[in-house]
Ligand binder design. Sequence first.
Ligand code: ARG
Ligand code: GLU
Length: 710
Amino acid sequence: MKKVFTIFTLAVLLMPAAFADEGMWIPMLLGKNQAAMQKAGMHITAKDIYDINNACLKDAIILFNQGCTGEFVSDQGLFLTNHHCGYYYITSNSTVEHDYLTHGFWAMERNQEIPCKGLTATRLVRMENVTNRVLEGVDDKTPEAERERIVKQNIAILSVEAVAGTHYKAVIKPFYYGNQYFMYINEVFTDVRLVGAPPSNIGKFGGDTDNWMWPRHTGDFSMFRVYVGKDGKPANYSKTNVPYKPLKHLDISLKGVDEGDFTFVFGYPGTTQRYVTHDQVDLQALQENPVRIALRDIRLRHYNAAMNQSPAQRLKYASKVASIANGWKKWQGETLGILRLKGVQQKKDQEAAFQAWADKRPEYKNVLRDMGRAYDRLRPIELEWTYFNEAVMASDFMNRAYKLWSMARQTIDNDSLARIECDKLIAANQKYFEDFELHSPVDRAIFVETFLYMWRAGYSPYLDKKGKDEAGVQRMLENIYDKSMLNNHSKYDKFLKSYKAKNWQKVLNDPAVDLFSVAYSYAYTPDKETDYDINRREINRLMRTYVRGMMQQFPDSNFFPDANLTLRVAYGHVQGFRPKDAVYYTPYSTLEGIMEKENPDIYDYVVEPRLKELYNNHDYGRYANAKGEMPVAFIATNHTTGGNSGSPVLNADGQLIGINFDRCWEGTMSDLLFDPNYCRNISLDIRYCLFIIDKFAGAKHLIDEMTIVN
Ligand code: ARG
Ligand code: GLU
């Protein structure tokens, strides 16, 4: 028995095609998955999800700007997405008097809805496989640069032709590393208005502490509405625009889900790297991630300490810290996940099996060897850039040096442009120096410590040259900070006011600008950049061959293409998991857990009085589950990634049961390797969302627009 099991596992491991529950599938080709989906519990058909002749679920899905997903829930253009997706529009429309981030925002009437400048909602009209037309004029012998040129040209022509005479926009994207191309015909809406958002201690409950974690209790949703011109077509904001009537909006189910129930996620996953070789897994998860994490540790330590000192400092650093911490935490999970899975070895085993197959096939014989060589050339450059981005570009101080330096470089010979740019810097300084006393110690410490870290790691030869010991380097860095005019308001202003383009080199007299420019020219030399491009292009070409080879090696497998911010379907089951020995996570959380976490002294865990009142009165209305609990979030085995935020989570009947907003930390390696034992997406239970809108905010008129099925 044991032997059979081992052989079976090995065969599965050596096959790069998808595991059960793994995959982000192309809606147009979902017919291929239909049997499996129905076997897994789905009651509807692939055509109910994607159909170009009839309104279908895809008409209810939108791409929210270029990085999140949303779904229509009313016939008047109302849609849901995450709070963290709407975050910018919530904060940028807030003032001290109307702080929507803190207190939430609910438009009680249509005319209170807030136009969001620049925000777009994109609906897929239809998609098409255009591989043959994109690759017209290309064959196996076409040199790579020539191929790129032809492909680019074909895409340009095709995407104009395809939408001529319509108000649609066409996007063409490579799949399977350029083995295939699909065209997306889109309708882009440009009048999108903020309708509602819970207070941040609901919408961001748990903050960065709980981010990427289960159990989770974040009410991560916000609501917007699409408006169109009187003709029903997309139009820029105008008072006379009317709510858009989508071809389809989602039915909402209050039935909820139980462990084992089928679910699917329909949205816009951004990037995955499922088919890369061990070189990339090793470089990213075992070499780059640790560097990024360590350097972000330094920044986070200082920002967090500052944030705990005063509300003003908390506000100042909140969004900066949210974005630094998001990657920092995800990468830790990713690296641990890869180590747990022995991901590099797993990839090597797959590659060995591929090589055995390829040895007899000249077309594929050398692809892995050449890939290894390209990575050997790429690796040192990539690592240097990681240091440069996470250390040099990470401190506000160096960023300001960078701004002055690039102003000088870009305005050589152009005094009037220099004047304009200097005035911008003067204005920025005004703001910067307002609370200089408060943030300067933080900036200084971050600058000194990140550079020291880089020096210790041997990645800053421009510091090494000065032949100092660690204390000496530290003193030198402190001196640079203290002596730089960038930290002296009147001196820096004076410099900018009298700045002359022809004397641009004078900026280099400042020790900070000098340091930056040396670091920059060390990291970015024309040779390195060219080498990087050549090797990345080469790797891309080799990946195209390698992936094509794998598809031939396993002709019976259904390979899903890596995510590329196009509409996809992922499906799986509601399921708990064992993150570590002796611990089992059940698949859903409740309001009970919010009260358990409540701590008025910890910012992330403050609970709104009104929410407590509802809790104490058990006033959940029709939104409670069968046990009388108020469900908040649930986890499932759907394969998702960044960009899937805000995606609808649907049940076997295609009804909305949740809004995707995160993944469990232990499974964040799923961008590289999926493990059904650990990979879980986290969704907001739609019943909690409706409960907050209805019971908490009293915005029943919004609920009345929706189609709720029981
Ligand atoms: N981890 C989620 C994502 O990748 C949520 C990020 C925003 N929330 C936060 N606490 N930083 O986008
Ligand atoms: N929060 C992520 C987003 O903004 C989704 C989490 C993930 O990476 O799966 O898309």
